[in-house]
Design a protein around this ligand. Structure first.
Ligand code: NAD
Length: 261
């Protein structure tokens, strides 16, 4: 069998990809040659310009399609509008932190819809396209919180454990086809959102940037290093390669040892 790591000719849809990890994944997939569809719930000139800049940088077709991942019909419409969908990366996600007995129902519903149910809708819409194309990859961005828990994150932990379980079921239903489904479980990743919290934390704790990162933010990440969006993208590209054709139904941790504790 000849091995290829090039994704030229494949189309990848990445939900929630106008910032952070999703954008990093879109960039690495484009670097590997895939045409990419970026997505979020906004529809600004910046969103479309971001897609255009990726297309120009990597010489691929890059589009931006607005769709709200909290709505099932939008999730399915995203896949329809994408046309081809060989690679589906379910990445859109939000967070809310509160004790269970104070957790707002609206936040619970939104987290379950965006972090979990969206993946059901997009996957259901994408699988027939992958079957018709004779190849497919579904990659769900879960979290270390898909394998372990923290207090005050009930909806997030429930949704992320759910996405790990959902990935296993899709893997079993496609096991005899050239389609794989896996989840990726990041630890703490340095995104613009996380970077923006560092100055405040330095003030609150009267600590240096380095101490805030190592002693406050990364207290559960044994490497004491953030994972990067490029490392998330590289893991996704690997799962799309021929090397990973027999990797299905698993959860790959990229967490500096968090879940080994
Ligand atoms: P982020 O806030 O930078 O990105 C989230 C993306 O989802 C954005 O593009 C946002 O526009 C999009 N989004 C939010 N609501 C949406 C909706 N209703 N419809 C469509 N798009 C929507 O956050 P991130 O850190 O890049 O997180 C990306 C994924 O990685 C999430 O699923 C998150 O749970 C997971 N994750 C992040 C970390 C981390 O440390 N940053 C760790 C583990 C897992």
């Amino acid at each position: 069998m000849s091995i290829t790591t090039s994704l030229a000719g494949k189309t990848a849809v990445i939900t929630g990809s106008n910032s952070g990890i999703g954008l990093g994944i879109a960039r690495e997939l484009a670097r590997a040659g895939a045409d990419v569809v970026l997505n979020s719930f906004t529809d600004s000139a910046d969103d479309h310009a971001l897609a255009a800049s990726i297309g120009e940088e990597f010489g691929v077709t890059a589009r931006y399609i607005r769709a709200d991942m909290s709505k099932g019909e939008d999730c399915r419409a995203l896949i329809e509008q994408a046309g081809a969908c060989d690679i589906l990366v379910n990445n859109a996600g939000i967070q809310h932190v509160a004790p269970v007995d104070e957790f707002p129902t609206s936040k619970w519903d939104a987290i379950i819809a965006i972090n979990l149910s969206s993946a059901f809708h997009t996957t259901a819409a994408a699988l027939p396209k992958m079957r018709a194309a004779g190849w497919g990859r579904v990659i769900n961005i879960a979290s270390a919180h898909g394998l372990t828990a923290s207090p005050y994150k009930s909806a997030y932990v429930a949704a992320k454990h759910g996405i790990v379980g959902f990935s296993k079921v899709v893997a079993l239903e496609t096991a005899e086809e050239p389609i794989t489904c896996n989840s990726v479980c990041p630890g703490y990743v340095l995104t613009p959102l996380v970077e923006a919290q560092i100055p405040d934390q330095m003030k609150t704790h009267s600590m240096s940037r380095e101490d805030v990162i190592k002693k406050v933010m990364l207290d559960r990440q044994p490497s004491r290093e953030f994972a990067t969006v490029e490392q998330m993208g590289g893991t996704v590209v690997f799962l799309c390669s021929d090397y990973a054709a027999q990797i299905t139904g698993t959860a790959i941790s990229v967490d500096g040892g968090w879940t080994a504790l």
